[in-house]
Design a protein around this ligand. Structure first.
Ligand SMILES: NC(=O)C1=CN([C@@H]2O[C@H](COP(=O)(O)OP(=O)(O)OC[C@H]3O[C@@H](n4cnc5c(N)ncnc54)[C@H](O)[C@@H]3O)[C@@H](O)[C@H]2O)C=CC1
Ligand SMILES: CC(=O)C(=O)O
Ligand SMILES: [Mg+2]
Length: 599
């Protein structure tokens, strides 16, 4: 991760170059994942913190530890075993966990995130060993206050990721196992944007499950009842948000993988009131639009002329469509109404039509086409719709694997020189098409990005990079910007600024066979650029609450980097328990539920 931790910035609220105060000793210290250094504790620390005799004699470096952990990782027989190994490592030594991830980012990202994390989530109750995060029970809203207590004082939490587990990745209702998506997204915030891992809370709202397998499973750990809807559900959400904001007023709230009936509704309700973000709607919208900007440059197309076909008009699909509509309107100086006409949405029953209005979600309504325009035409076949619409861009967020078939793709290629095709459904097995097939069917002409990672594809001697179009390149930087500026709201102009900052980093702008989006390997630098763009825009919009944000770009980037957490062992300063101070404010107080000492 490599810090830029000059003393110049030591005074900043989230600077991490000061010694950490530690009240723990002996085996308690070894059991605290956040402070534990294992074999890397120095002789002096071993004496000072009562560790003498509790560790083998050879003092090792973090690099040596990472090497050993990597060989242990490699010895695990399959990806799920590797995922559980990583979970255990995180519970033992958090710095080493992030160091190992950083040393092998490309290889390990798919293990701790999509696709393997999806498998871990569906096996949550059988793999369960110890709890992490906050579990809020829909039948006990009165306990929300107590459940959210003990994570520190009002200044100590920057970010909360919350899921209700209803629509996890593309694998549907995972009930209480949804806690793992909150945990995984937070790990990505730390890895990719240096969000301080001890200033965050993962939360799951346990509102029941409609997953019959879980309802029948004796080992299932969540509420064994059908999902609660309506007032009682809304009360839990509202109690959670109000309590979280009362206790931790700085906390930026990230919603993840809520079901279709709730995702957009909750976002619309709270966006004008608090700094919040729905990753599936907004994160996915931003990253996809950034990839489209790059693809249009390569294809020499302009926003004002494009025709876009969305396949799967759920949370992610309509989120993407909205971002594209806004971009068309702005870039082409059109009304939003005219911009909407350039986007066609298809869902289970086929093309969205105005006659379906009673069955459409509020987010789908604006995309419903006039029935007269489609009279006598087949609206329930993607192939026929492609023939009619002649799209330049085809995006899949349907969870229906292999639905972009050879005839559909070839039909699309008849009408546009460089078909832009993004199969985005996760995990990998749900992708609407396989990259190798798409290159074959379009003779290497398609411009592609996928929801989960793929190796580059070779077609007739040319190597094409397949960009990963996953919100993971975007949400960490947006969150970092929101946290550091203490943004009051996450307003649309901030998201536009983030999208443009990401789009400017696309490797395809230099080499058309390279990725439409930057590689995850560079994600920390990308996050800095995105955070800087978000902060600058927030300042312009008068949405910042943090003092002293530098104006000049270079200074701003330094200011951001100085407050990003790094996977490095920090000097420990011994204090008595009652004196343990908080990193952020220098105030007395225990760390709370994560450990018995400060961060
Ligand atoms: N690449 C990325 O960054 C992201 C990818 N996704 C992926 O997108 C997919 C959808 O996620 P959400 O929008 O959250 O789910 P959702 O359930 O809100 O939306 C899925 C939509 O697809 C529709 N659908 C299902 N079968 C279909 C079919 N045969 N034909 C046409 N439409 C069909 C559903 O009716 C629904 O409207 C998931 O696989 C998810 O992993 C979601 C967010 C981010
Ligand atoms: C990437 C993501 O957020 C999803 O697939 O739901
Ligand atoms: Mg998601």
């Amino acid at each position: 991760m490599g810090g830029n931790k000059t003393t110049e910035f030591s005074h900043l609220p989230l600077a991490t170059n000061r010694p950490m105060e530690c009240a723990l000793t002996g085996s308690e210290l070894l059991s605290c994942a956040y402070l534990n250094k294992g074999s890397a504790f120095t002789e002096k620390e071993r004496d000072e913190f009562g560790l003498t005799g509790l560790l083998p004699s050879n003092v090792q470096s973090l690099e040596e530890q990472s090497k050993r952990a990597y060989s242990q990782f490699q010895s695990r027989s399959d990806n799920l075993a590797k995922n559980t190994f990583m979970t255990s490592l995180k519970e033992q030594n958090e710095v080493l966990y992030y160091k190992l991830l950083q040393d092998h980012l490309k290889e390990m990202f798919p293990i701790i995130y999509t696709p393997t994390e999806g498998e871990a989530i569906s096996n949550y109750s059988s793999l369960f060993r110890r709890p992490e995060g906050v579990f809020l029970n829909v039948n006990e809203p009165q306990k929300v206050e107590q459940s959210l207590s003990g994570w520190g004082g009002p200044e100590d939490i920057d970010l909360i990721v919350v899921s209700d587990g209803e629509q996890i990745l593309g694998i549907g209702d995972q009930g209480v196992g949804g806690i793992l998506i909150s945990i995984a997204k937070l790990a990505i915030y730390t890895l990719c944007a240096g969000i301080h891992p001890h200033r965050t809370i993962p939360v799951v709202l346990d509102t029941g499950t409609n997953n019959e397998d879980f309802l029948k499973d004796d080992l299932y750990l969540g509420l064994k009842q059908k999902r609660v809807r309506g007032e009682k559900y809304d009360k839990l959400v509202d109690t959670f948000i109000k309590t979280a904001k009362e206790k931790y007023p700085n906390a930026y709230i990230h919603f993840e993988d809520f079901g279709l009936p709730n995702a957009r509704r909750i976002l619309d309700e709270y966006t004008p009131k608090i700094a919040c973000f729905n990753d599936d709607v907004q994160g996915t919208g931003c990253v996809t639009l950034a990839a489209i900007y790059a693809a249009l440059k390569v294809a020499k197309l302009e926003m004002k002329d494009i025709r876009v076909l969305m396949y799967g008009a759920g949370t992610a699909g309509t989120g993407i469509a909205d971002q594209i509509a806004d971009a068309i309107a702005v870039e082409s100086d059109k009304s939003r109404e005219d911009a909407l006409k350039q986007i066609w949405c298809v869902d289970k029953p086929g093309l969205l039509l105005q006659s379906m209005k009673d069955d459409l979600t509020p987010a789908q309504h604006p995309y419903a086409r006039k029935d007269e325009e489609w009279k006598g035409k087949k609206t329930d076949s993607l192939l026929e719709i492609v023939k009619e619409v002649k799209p330049h861009i085809l995006i899949g967020t349907s969870t229906k694997p292999k639905s972009f078939t050879e005839d559909i793709v070839k039909e699309m290629a008849k009408n546009t020189d460089r078909p832009i095709i993004f199969p985005l459904s996760n995990p990998t097995k749900l992708h609407e098409a396989d990259p190798a097939d798409l290159f074959k069917w379009t003779e290497g002409k398609c411009l592609m990005a996928t929801g989960s990672p793929f190796d580059p594809v070779e077609y007739k001697g040319t190597k094409y990079v397949v960009a990963e179009c996953n919100n993971s390149t975007t949400f960490p930087g947006i969150g970092l910007g929101a946290v550091l500026s203490r943004a009051k709201l996450m307003s649309p102009p901030l998201l536009v600024a983030a999208t443009k900052a990401l789009a400017a980093q696309a490797p395809a702008l230099k080499d058309p066979n390279d990725g439409l989006l930057p590689d995850v390997i560079n994600v920390r630098d990308i996050s800095v650029k995105i955070a800087a763009a978000v902060i600058k825009k927030a300042k312009e919009e008068k949405l910042t609450q943090q003092e002293g944000i530098p104006d000049k770009d270079e200074e701003l980037e330094k200011w951001i980097r100085a407050q990003m957490w790094d996977a490095e062992y920090r000097t420990l300063k011994k204090v008595e328990h009652h004196q343990a101070t908080r990193e952020a404010k220098g105030e007395a107080g225990p760390k709370g539920k994560k450990s018995k000492t400060q961060n």
